[in-house]
Design a protein around this ligand. Structure first.
Ligand SMILES: [Zn+2]
Length: 290
């Protein structure tokens, strides 16, 4: 199976190389120094694709396997921090798009981690991206079909070694986009952490008369309601550019208050993304009623 997949990927690169390049931002594969964000949360992603390692006494939780070629980078980041890749017990994702989940089959194979995915994204994950309402027919967005070990539902808890992550269904970007929350202890205080799944309307998304996702607009509305209601001190997300990761990392290295504690940044980001969604919805609604 793995061999067949590699041959397929090679063919895909040869045949669709240009499209593949266009879909991969260069910063996605640039390594980034791993670091402790706060408490038991560590950044182990690349410059453009966020992966987080939650370290517990009973093993670790990895959020986002990212691209297939990200897996060696994630492993290296985990080892640079002094942790063991093989201690990864649970694998979670932000949503079923290849830039956050294509590496999951490799992570499972290398670590034996249990893969836990929100119900509405499970079919796509197990079909390797086939069936996605936007990219389903596009070979460049496919990945190795990966068995899900636990199907999550809105509000489910993922527990390991005293850490509790809560899965919030925040749909629209994909049908099962998941925003993760947890509490983290740091410097004698407890903080609410939010890892945003994605509030973005991608180029080409049909918000009106979408036969493959009829409820897409109301799902986005629901997602924004959920995100507005979540208490947030520590603002994180599926891509570093949601929360100005690089600038905050640079500030953190200078010392002082932890820049990832940013409740105002979270609120203004969600407000700005909601306005962008509403503007796109109004534009598409006007076009549809012309
Ligand atoms: Zn996405």
């Amino acid at each position: 199976m793995a061999k067949t997949w590699r041959v397929f990927m090679l063919l895909a690169v040869l045949l669709f190389g240009v499209r593949l390049m266009a879909q991969e931002a260069p910063d996605w594969t640039n390594p980034f120094p791993p670091y402790r964000v706060i408490g038991n949360i560590y950044y182990v992603g690349s410059q453009g694709l966020a992966s987080y390692l939650i370290v517990t006494p009973q093993g670790n939780i990895l959020i986002n396997s990212s691209l297939e070629e990200s897996v060696p980078l994630i492993r290296e980041s985990i080892e640079k921090l002094g942790f063991k890749f093989s201690d990864t017990k649970i694998l979670l994702i932000s949503h079923a798009h290849w830039d956050h989940c294509a590496g999951s089959a490799a992570v499972k194979e290398l670590t034996g981690a249990k893969y836990m995915v929100m119900d509405a994204d499970v079919a796509e994950i197990e079909a390797g991206g086939k069936g996605n309402f936007q990219y389903g027919d596009n070979p460049t967005s496919r990945y190795q079909p990966t068995k899900v070990d636990r199907v999550l539902h809105d509000g489910d808890e993922v527990k390991l070694g005293g850490t509790v992550l809560v899965a919030h269904l925040t749909p629209g970007h994909t049908k099962g986009t998941t925003t993760w929350t947890m509490k983290v202890a740091d410097g004698g205080k407890t903080y609410n952490v939010v890892i945003v799944g994605s509030p973005n309307v991608n180029a080409g998304y049909k918000l009106v008369n979408n036969a493959l996702y009829p409820q897409i607009a109301s799902d986005y509305e629901r997602m924004f309601r959920v995100l507005h209601a979540l208490p947030c001190d520590v603002f994180l997300g599926a891509h570093g550019n949601y929360y100005g990761m690089e600038a905050k990392y640079a500030r953190m290295k200078e010392g002082g208050a932890n820049p990832f504690i940013d409740p105002d940044g979270y609120k203004s980001y969600i407000d700005e993304r909601e306005q962008a969604f509403r503007a796109e919805l109004a534009k598409q609604t006007a076009e549809a009623t012309k």
